[in-house]
Design a protein. Structure first.
Length: 189
């Protein structure tokens, strides 16, 4: 009788969502909130830039992307961490546009689903300082959910910079509990 392996394809990836500092959510007006997260990565800005813009690399930690990282160009995003993605369910492409791109220091884009996302990269001691901000117009209960989601994805970016890729077929089993952990951290903050 064959035994099924219980080894997770994502076993080597971090599951402790407390290794990076929490971000914050600041209401801008009655409809919009700005989410901000700051990270320090031990990689040059050019390497982090490639992780944000190269479709082969974005799939390691975030989503499929298509388009060019050039001001005015299209920049579409397709999430990979849906519960049934790859099991007969496919997510939709969210059509977006690059608002501003200045390689390797600034990537700003927008789309209907995610609002406006701005990622600033600056050289820092031993690597890159990344400041991620996302202006969203969502119901109040979704704000912390979004903040927790970006927290997990930016944690995945650290893993990708270390050469590890998320196995999206198993994301829900392996990382939804991590999202829950991050959400609890934000709800308790």
């Amino acid at each position: 009788m064959a035994t099924r392996s219980t080894h997770s394809p994502n076993a080597a990836l971090n599951k402790d969502m407390s290794r990076f500092p929490l971000g914050n959510a600041v209401p801008l007006d009655a409809q919009r909130t700005e989410l901000t997260l700051t990270r320090q990565y031990a990689a040059a800005p050019e390497v982090v830039w490639a992780m944000l813009t190269d479709p082969e690399k974005t799939q390691m930690w975030w989503a499929k992307v298509r388009g060019q990282a050039k001001t005015g160009s299209s920049f579409d995003v397709k999430w990979l961490n849906l519960k049934d993605e790859g099991h007969g369910i496919e997510s939709d492409w969210w059509y977006g546009r690059i608002v501003e791109a200045n390689e390797p220091s600034l990537l700003e884009f927008s789309n209907d689903m995610h609002g406006r996302i701005r990622i600033e990269l600056t050289p820092a001691e031993n690597g890159t300082r990344l400041v991620f901000s996302n202006v969203i117009a969502v119901q109040p209960e979704v704000v912390l959910m979004s903040l927790a989601g970006w927290h997990v994805h930016l944690d995945h970016l650290q893993e990708a910079l270390d050469g590890k890729s998320v196995d999206w077929q198993h994301w829900w089993d392996d990382f939804y509990p991590c999202w829950e952990q991050a959400h609890a951290l934000y709800a308790g903050a």
